[in-house]
Design a protein around this ligand. Structure first.
Ligand SMILES: *Cc1c(COP(=O)(O)O)cnc(C)c1O
Length: 414
């Protein structure tokens, strides 16, 4: 329809510049430049290495390389100097000997399940387990013939023992439990599992290697979401699985390889940076959270504050026995006279507290939960609504002032 001419391509042949004619040619030299920086550079932060391909000096070296050993490098998924450094530092922090990194806390949980369980096995999960871990068990593992049973996190060792069958292969612990903050009898439950030859894994995200030393209590596997305190920035996702036992580590490492789990060197560098200030931040979160939790406990709208370091909180005696700090997380149960809509309005009225998941970052967060929907009926004694607060690094007095003004929404108006 149009008689317009197509634009003509410039037919002039490209004449390479002198530079481009040198041998090897430019595009080759861009990939294989001979310059090597001098060895011996040292700095506070280790270098950030990025690699899928790792280069071997010759074929024999490539063939001789065992990807499982940390004596060298094979492929990006099997480790770089950057990831090895973080793994070693985390193993030391947890008091373990080995560590593998995963792209999120949840993938670290999945790694433990897939490495240690097979068809016909059963695992025991606390009824207050991190929600997506239960979802993984209910949806995927069940479909693959791996069963799970829920136990009440406040149960006694004898009550736990009654749930163990010859098929029970793994006991998951969480200290304290997500959202409802029960601190279990770790020593007692771990002892029962060991007597029955059942492996134990703990989600120790809350303790972050600071508040609790789970290996000293006899646990086999320590899992953490580095997303929280180790990162400290609310800006990345990562998980770790730490062990003391060589054979157990090998099993986890093989599954880790088979699943193709990898982490970004840049994210690893950020976690390494976070580790320098981890104890300082953890204790700052802890001190603020205890002050604010105590203040909340004095409010007429509040029925109970669930914070393991507060007397009367579920499992407080276990916290006293096993822990030396408490982090920045706690939950508030409101009097049953306050409707769910009023509690939502309280959360909406907060200014410094932001609404969002996760914790361990610089900014305080609040999330209302309907615990009745999340727990087996007999496992949750409270009638009132619950808000979980994650205390960040703001000034505690300012946070209390924010809570006080938002609490106006809970004063009956009639
Ligand atoms: C956040 C969290 C996880 C999961 O970590 P992601 O990195 O968000 O996948 C697991 N367990 C607990 C207790 C957590 O708080």
């Amino acid at each position: 329809m149009s008689s317009q001419q197509e634009p003509q391509l410039d037919q002039k042949p490209l004449t390479p510049s002198k530079m481009q004619q040198q041998s090897p040619r430019l595009s080759t030299r861009l990939q294989h430049h001979p310059y090597q920086p001098p060895a011996g550079f040292d700095a506070v932060e280790p270098g950030v290495h990025h690699a899928s391909t790792v280069i071997f000096p010759n074929v024999a070296a490539m063939r001789a390389r065992d990807w499982r050993s940390k004596a060298g490098y094979t492929y990006g998924l099997h480790g770089t100097p950057t990831t090895f450094i973080l793994e070693e530092r985390l193993a030391a922090l947890d008091g373990g000997r080995h560590c593998v990194l995963c792209p999120s806390g949840l993938s670290a949980i999945a790694l433990v399940d897939l490495a240690l369980l097979q068809q016909g096995d059963t695992m025991l999960l606390p009824s207050n387990v991190y929600g997506p871990s239960r979802e993984l068990a209910e949806r995927l593992l069940t479909a693959w013939g791996i069963e799970h049973r829920l136990y009440d996190a406040r149960c006694t060792p004898d009550e736990l023992a009654a749930l163990i069958t010859p098929q029970t292969r793994l006991l998951w612990l969480e200290a304290p439990g997500s959202v409802t903050m029960e601190m279990p009898d770790l020593r007692g439950l771990i002892a029962v599992a060991r007597q029955h030859g059942v492996r134990t894994a703990i989600d120790a995200t809350w303790a972050a290697g600071i508040a609790l030393q789970p290996f000293d209590l006899g646990v086999d596997v320590v899992m953490q979401a580095l997303t929280k305190y180790q990162s400290g920035g609310a800006d990345l996702l990562m998980g770790s699985v730490t062990t003391r036992d060589d054979a157990l580590h090998e099993r986890l490492l093989l599954t880790h390889m088979r699943l193709g789990l990898g982490v970004s060197g840049d994210d690893v560098a950020r976690v390494l940076r976070g580790l320098h200030t981890l104890p300082l931040r953890y204790h700052a979160h802890d001190a603020s959270a205890r002050r604010i939790a105590q203040w909340m406990q004095g409010q007429p709208a509040v029925a109970q504050v669930l914070h393991p370091a507060l007397p009367g909180s579920p499992g407080h005696a276990h916290w006293q026995r096993d822990c030396c700090a408490a982090g920045g997380l706690f939950s508030v149960v409101f009097q049953p006279c306050h409707s769910a809509a009023q509690i939502d309005a309280f959360v909406d009225a907060l200014q410094l507290f932001k609404i969002g998941y996760s914790w361990g970052g610089p900014v305080s967060l609040a999330v209302p939960y309907d615990v009745q929907l999340m727990r087996p009926p007999s496992h949750w004694p409270h009638a009132g609504g619950l808000v979980r607060l994650a205390i960040g690094l703001e000034d505690a007095d300012d946070l209390i002032a924010d809570l006080r003004q938002a609490m106006q929404r809970l004063i009956p108006t009639d």
